[in-house]
Design a protein around this ligand. Structure first.
Ligand SMILES: [Ca+2]
Ligand SMILES: [Ca+2]
Length: 649
């Protein structure tokens, strides 16, 4: 009665309806059979993603598969192939992830394993293709001293496939007028222009990351949301495989830009990690690479009594507390930092690198934000990769001007922490900073020798990668007061000094621009609608052709002269504007003379007690300098702003 009263008279019909509904619902809830079915539908296990998506026969004795989905609290897992045994499983508490460790028996043959996952609420399965390894000559080659690296940002180089410009899942992300939107360049565009790159004389392509990103302004590739998929704007996995194969056919190599330190802010793991300690911290609470310690870069803080962040990383007296912000902090406070101390995370990242190497045949990795990952991980990562790919090379990004910092991360020797990172080599950022100071800010030319003398800090200084520009630095040609002569000097030095040089796409045609993103303009001619096509001579302006020809000539010279590639470097003379050095191989001795000054310079030097001491003749090989050798006395006249190369016989 009370309830009738509460129902009131006006809405009595509605009230009764509610009651009826409640009774019906209760009946459904109480009936035991119905309960199971109703709950079973929403609790049924579901696999949405399998990482890695495939594997190979005879590659490793086991593999860890990460399944993403729903309700994956497995009570049992089994595959249909006898040679594929589930050794253990582990699900996340919420059931969104299941790790499945698979063990392969030696009798395993290629095929697709179908693995069944049983939970308290049902069952599901996933397919795991296991292929035979491709035994093709020229896969996973690694760097040699003969190489010249060319850095490409694929979105900005050439549009080989307009159909992928605006993928359905990223509507409106393509707009060439916006500097931070996708512009349409892709993997096919690179493949189509391999003949141009071959003709220029480079041997090795480094592409900025090609994995799938998540934001409309992630054209640069550094915001991964899927470590196993190719970014749809750039093409497909098949496009990447074909590019590597086509490059190998042209006797070129391909380097993959890998980012084990972090994923993009939109990665599904950020709000739902596979394990509670998958990242260093959580989306809500984490350290930032912005350290609370004195934070000026490039040695400035040291002068003020503090230390900069990278210096703390290499300092045996810095406490772990001081280092933690850099190794465990989220990059820029926003990029989720992988917890590589968690062995499951380490395995995930190592398998990811193996998968890309095996699936594509790539020749090496450029490793992003190298110092931000604890060194013990790098040792482990390299060890496992090299066991499978002994020749694979790695180049680490250590963005710092001090060789005592950069060399600490290069492999080949143990640091004070007892760790050898096994990194093949590093980009020569110290030489980059110095060269820019010399060419753009009137620093003495001789300062480069102050960097080069510190080659003693490296196990393999001949593998260092000199460069004067990349996607993170303002365009050299865009700097104030830069002339074609300056651009030529930048190339001349980078292509004749020791090491394996890197050229940033477009610098060979003096592409202008400022800082990011203006340093990432589209290569002219990469798009059908472009008015000028700098990929061909007749489409280049006079200045573009002048620089292109110069770079091409130097690269040809480099390919013809072993001394320019791997030859030992000997300093002969240096001052404010000049630098004269030898490159010596078993075959030949080349004398290289720079004049950064705006006036002609005459130099006189003795070859006594130098590797050129026994030479009787000097002959010009490149450039317009004059030389006169009388006994062991050498007189040089160097034209303003010039490079000249002589051979000593
Ligand atoms: Ca495209
Ligand atoms: Ca880190």
């Amino acid at each position: 009665m009370h309830s009738r009263q509460r129902c009131g008279t006006r809405s009595i019909a509605k009230c009764l309806c509610h009651r009826l509904l409640l009774i019906l619902l209760c009946a459904v809830c109480i009936a035991p059979g119905v309960r199971g079915q109703a709950a079973g539908e929403s609790n049924a296990p579901l696999v949405k993603k399998v990482e890695p998506p495939s594997w190979w026969v005879g590659l490793t004795p086991d593999v860890m598969v990460l399944l993403s989905g729903k309700n994956l609290q497995a009570t049992h897992a089994q595959c249909n192939l006898r040679e594929v045994v589930v050794s253990r499983t582990q699900s996340s508490v919420n059931g969104d992830y299941l790790f499945v460790w698979l063990k392969f028996s030696p009798a395993l043959k290629s095929g697709t394993a179908v693995c069944r996952i049983v939970t308290a609420n049902g069952e599901t399965s996933f397919e795991f293709p296991i292929a035979a390894r491709k035994q093709i000559l020229g896969r996973n080659q690694g760097l040699s001293l003969d190489d010249v690296i060319y850095l490409i940002m694929p979105d900005r180089f050439a549009n080989g496939d307009p159909t992928n410009d605006d993928p359905p899942e990223f509507p409106g992300s393509h707009d060439r007028q916006k500097p931070r939107a996708y512009h349409g360049g892709d993997l096919r565009g690179i493949e189509q222009h391999l003949p141009y790159l071959k003709d220029l004389g480079v041997t090795t392509l480094w592409l900025t990351p090609i994995v799938k990103n998540g934001a409309p302004d992630d054209y640069h590739g550094y915001g991964a949301v899927d470590e196993y998929a190719v970014e749809p704007h750039l093409g497909t996995l098949q496009d990447y495989q074909e590019l590597v194969e086509a490059a190998h056919k042209q006797r070129m190599k391909v380097f993959f830009d890998i980012v084990p330190n972090h994923v993009g802010p939109l990665h599904p793991w950020v709000n739902d990690p596979p394990m509670p300690n998958w990242f260093h911290g959580t989306a809500q609470e984490h350290l930032s690479t912005f350290s609370p310690f004195p934070a000026a870069f490039y040695g400035e803080a040291r002068k003020q009594g503090g230390a900069d962040l990278f210096e703390l990383l290499v300092d045996p007296h810095a406490t772990p507390l001081m280092r933690k912000n850099l190794t465990d902090g989220w990059f820029f406070g926003k990029l989720p930092d992988m917890n590589t101390e968690n062995p499951v995370v380490a395995d995930y990242l190592i398998q990811n690198a193996i998968w890309w190497a095996e699936t594509s045949g790539l020749d090496g990795y450029r490793i992003d934000t190298f110092p931000y990952v604890p060194r013990a991980f790098w040792a482990q990562w390299h060890e496992q990769l090299r066991r499978l790919y002994p020749r694979l090379s790695t180049i680490g990004e250590i963005f710092h001007p001090d060789p005592t910092v950069t060399s600490f991360f290069a492999g080949g020797r143990k640091g004070w922490d007892g760790i050898d990172t096994q990194l093949t080599t590093v980009f020569d950022y110290p030489l980059y900073f110095t060269l820019r100071d010399v060419l753009l800010n009137q620093a003495p030319m001789g300062r480069v020798t102050n960097i080069l003398r510190q080659d003693s800090l490296y196990s393999h200084p001949d593998y260092l990668v000199p460069f004067f520009g990349n996607h993170d630095t303002p365009r050299f040609a865009g700097a104030a007061g830069v002339t074609p002569e300056k651009i030529k000097l930048a190339f001349a030095f980078t292509l004749t000094v020791r090491g394996i040089p890197e050229i940033y796409y477009g610098d060979e045609i003096a592409m202008p621009g400022g800082g990011d993103p203006d340093n990432r303009r589209d290569f002219p001619g990469g798009w059908l609608e472009d008015q000028n096509n700098a990929f061909v001579e007749k489409g280049r302006t006079k200045e573009q052709q002048e620089i292109f020809k110069y770079v091409q000539s130097l690269l040809r010279l480099r390919s013809e002269h072993e001394a320019l590639r791997g030859g030992r470097l000997w300093d002969l003379a240096s001052d404010d504007s000049a630098y004269v050095f030898l490159r010596e191989s078993d075959e030949e001795k080349l004398l290289i003379a720079f004049n950064n000054g705006v006036t002609e310079q005459a130099l006189e030097l003795s070859l006594q007690d130098t590797p050129g001491g026994e030479s009787a003749e000097i002959a010009i090989v490149f450039g317009n300098a004059q030389a006169d050798l009388a006994g062991r006395q050498l007189k040089l006249v160097l034209p303003p702003q010039s490079l000249s190369i002589f051979s000593l016989n």
